[in-house]
Design a protein around this ligand. Structure first.
Ligand code: SF4
Length: 250
């Protein structure tokens, strides 16, 4: 079994391979899992393999920010259209999700790229915008998640999507992200690693790092105990051996 280092924990994976055939619909994985993978592979496995989820103050704030952004619809201004809750998919990367916001910027001329929108003149360049709670901070995982949305749009629309933006809900900061070759490559690699990890179905061991303090799964993961493998198996074992539980031996 191969082990890859993505973030702070060592992840057991099947060998990461380049997907030659497009993924089918039932193989698509959530775009949001890329952020979890890059934040911590163990967090990603706990959520997407073991189906463990715990809300903390940060995830609740994030959910509220997304709920506000995820009111479906299309807004219209002179040189800007705004789509909310737009479904995305990429058979090449094996990803699917919902974009918080996609802005459509009217281009000066038809040669500037973009697509035609029904009922409008000219061409419109798509810009994915991802809403984040609180103040924006420099997180590569945010940029990878946004880039994955752009790659989905490119595959769906057949036009280049050169840039997008991250938006900090509490601070109202907006930061442009340009999808250069390095970010595109990192995003495709992360998608392949995500598929490899899900295919193996094993949870990597816990490795304590400062980011654990903000992790919503801290109480389940117990990184200071260096728990290895499945958190669910560890908790079952701990409960069976806890003299305070009904199932424990007398
Ligand atoms: S507590 Fe730390 S090791 Fe555990 S899932 Fe969260 S970030 Fe990863």
């Amino acid at each position: 079994m191969a082990f890859i280092q993505t973030g702070d924990a060592t992840t057991p994976t099947a060998p990461v391979r380049t997907q030659l055939m497009p993924y089918s619909d039932d193989q698509l994985l959530p775009i949001s899992a890329l952020e979890h993978l890059l934040y911590c592979p163990r967090q990603c496995a706990l959520i997407h393999i073991e189906r463990v989820w715990a809300e903390n103050a940060l995830t609740v704030q994030g959910t509220l920010a997304h709920d506000r952004a995820h009111q479906p619809g299309l807004e219209s201004r002179r040189d800007l259209r705004v789509s909310r809750a737009l479904s995305l998919r990429s058979a090449r990367l094996g990803l699917a999700g919902v974009a918080d916001v996609v802005e459509w910027h009217r281009q000066q001329s038809d040669g500037d790229g973009g697509v035609a929108l029904p009922g409008t003149a000219g061409r419109w360049l798509p810009w994915p915008v991802e809403y984040k709670r609180g103040r924006l901070r420099s997180e590569r995982s945010f940029e990878v998640q946004l880039c994955a949305q752009a790659l989905c749009l490119e595959e769906m629309l057949g036009v280049p999507v050169p840039a997008g933006a991250l938006y900090g809900g509490a601070s109202h900061q907006r930061c442009e992200v340009h999808f250069d070759a390095a970010l595109r490559s990192e995003t495709a690699t992360a998608a392949a690693e995500l598929h490899a990890m899900i295919a193996v179905g094993q949870t990597p061991p816990a490795v304590w790092s400062p980011k654990c303090r903000a992790c919503s799964l801290l109480e389940l993961c117990l990184p200071r105990l260096a728990v290895s493998g499945s958190a669910r198996r560890y908790l079952d074992h701990a409960l069976r051996n806890d003299p305070g539980t009904e199932n424990s031996a007398p």
